[in-house]
Ligand binder design. Structure first.
Ligand SMILES: N[C@@H](CCC(=O)N[C@@H](CS)C(=O)NCC(=O)O)C(=O)O
Length: 228
């Protein structure tokens, strides 16, 4: 098989390309990287010395593709399927890229800050940084609640790159800082969880949820409640 994805099933950034691959039933070989295992970590570093996942290796084209957004751009360009993750329409394309950046910068990163702070030794934690990260999430929720009031997907009617990034970002953000009564955003998260590609990612990640370092573990429960 030409494509290999290096990833970990619990790692939020890795869910982005997994969703993209499942959307288009693109064949690939999954390689789970365990950074705690010296052999697995060394093998991964030989592919990508930064040792950050996800990373896609395309043997057929001789390319190593890092960064979750770029992996999706690459798949859309060289292994396109029925779901065009980067829309053909230039106006929809910049919107997809803008919301992808928004989800990564203002949801994923603050969520990651809150989670990784818990992995630090207790006397080296960063309470102010965590407080700022929570404030950032709440600010992003407020904007997205307005944005999603009239939209099905992040850019409108079509599922795109921006939804691949929203899914893990919102799912984990909701675990560390619940969406609360934000109806449009909760309904959007429910739609994402109902999407077959993301439902598969969640089902495959579920056995690892107990490894999540916060007391409140991720759960596959509807954010808005009911049938949505
Ligand atoms: N900007 C990168 C972020 C990748 C990233 O932070 N990956 C995390 C997992 S979600 C990782 O590799 N963590 C392992 C580590 O930092 O040692 C992307 O979009 O791919």
């Amino acid at each position: 098989m030409a494509l290999t994805l290096y990833f970990h099933p619990l790692a939020s950034f890795c869910w982005k390309p997994l969703i993209a691959l499942y959307e288009n039933a693109t064949p690939f070989t999954p390689v789970i990287v365990d950074l705690m295992d010296p052999q697995s970590a060394a093998a991964f570093k030989a592919v990508w010395p930064m040792a950050k996942f996800p990373v896609l290796r395309d043997e057929a084209r001789g390319c190593t593709v890092a960064e979750s957004t770029v992996v999706i751009e690459y798949l859309d360009a060289f292994y396109p399927g029925a779901t065009r993750l980067i829309p053909k329409d230039p106006d929809a394309a910049w919107r997809a890229r803008m919301w992808d950046r928004f989800h990564d910068e203002y949801l994923q990163k603050p969520m990651q800050k809150i989670v990784t702070d818990r992995l630090r030794p207790e006397d080296r934690r960063d309470p102010l940084g965590v407080e700022e990260a929570r404030a950032q999430l709440i600010e992003a929720y407020a904007l997205l609640e307005m944005e999603m009031a009239a939209k099905r997907w992040a850019v409108g009617d079509e599922f795109t790159l921006a939804d691949c990034s929203a899914a893990p970002a919102l799912f984990y953000a909701n675990t560390v800082e619940p969406l609360g009564g934000r109806k449009s955003l909760s309904a959007y998260l429910d739609r994402l969880m109902d999407r077959a590609s993301f439902a598969r990612v969640l089902a495959e990640a579920e056995p690892y949820f107990s490894m999540f370092p916060l007391e409140r573990k991720p759960e596959r429960v509807r954010a808005a409640g009911g049938s949505g």
